[in-house]
Design a protein around this ligand. Sequence first.
Ligand code: PMV
Length: 321
Amino acid sequence: MTSFALAHTNLALVKYWGKEDEKLRLPSAPSLSLTLDAFYTKTKLSLSKEDRFVLDGKEEKGKEAQRVFSYLSTLLSFFALPPSHFFVDSQNFVPKSAGFASSASAFCALAAAFAKEMKLTVSKRELSIASRLGSGSAARSVFGGFVLWKEGRESGESFAVPIEEKSSMPICILYLSFGAEKKKVSSTEGMRLSKSSPFFTSWRQECRKACKEAQKAIEDNSFERLGQISEKNACQMHALTLSSGFSYLSPHSLRALDLAKEIREEGVGCYWSCDAGSNAALLCRKEDLNFIQKRAEKAFSGAVSCFCASAGPGVEAWSED
Ligand code: PMV
């Protein structure tokens, strides 16, 4: 038997940045995301005599393979199963060469394919907890549309829940890639460093408040309010890293922040976001996407690659004999 899973990435509108427990990946605050339709990981997994990992058609033996097999042994202990070996073949439909992270879709797909292959009956809540153990943001990719990841004080309490799997909000994300420079500070290290910020307590409180406000904005179908909340939260996350002595932002990321403001001043809803890298994302309405893409290409004199996404579905898994 071979099992398959397909999981989409997500963009955090309220960011997960800080862990209370590094091993269990318990976050310091709740986060809220939008699962995306355009970027995903497809993973094929089967029991095997030896561990083998193929990524995008290439056999991996280094660090990436180590992380996959250490995660699979975490899953075996989590589900109280005896040691086993696996053949894992993953394909990332995420423009990695453009500097986009794929850990959310990768670990969510891995957890779902594992559960299928081991014939486990798992609820979506359990699958979210299991995905979280691979990468925090993967907990949210279990569901489609708008998703909230509760902070939780212990492992069984920290999982994602769907807010609106099929939202009628015409929200779109325009990713702006300025090239794929190697990340200087990994998200694990960045989160660790950020805990020493004198503003860390305020950051946690702001995220809790932002999640409540964002949920209300989604309920009211208010793109403008959701955009404002997201941009403010992304700015606060980057202020937190700066206050801990480092930053992911480049002059291009900051130019994108100004651009969103300029576009708003022209009366078009456009809001900025940026994760643990210098590439930026602009949130807009579907109908404004072409206009905003043209403005971005002009602002960066063509030195930008644009990728569009809108709301996508939750994870899917199946088996074949
Ligand atoms: O799940 P990780 O460890 O790759 O961390 C994700 C961190 C951010 O992308 C910056 C924020 C988020 O909530 O996705």
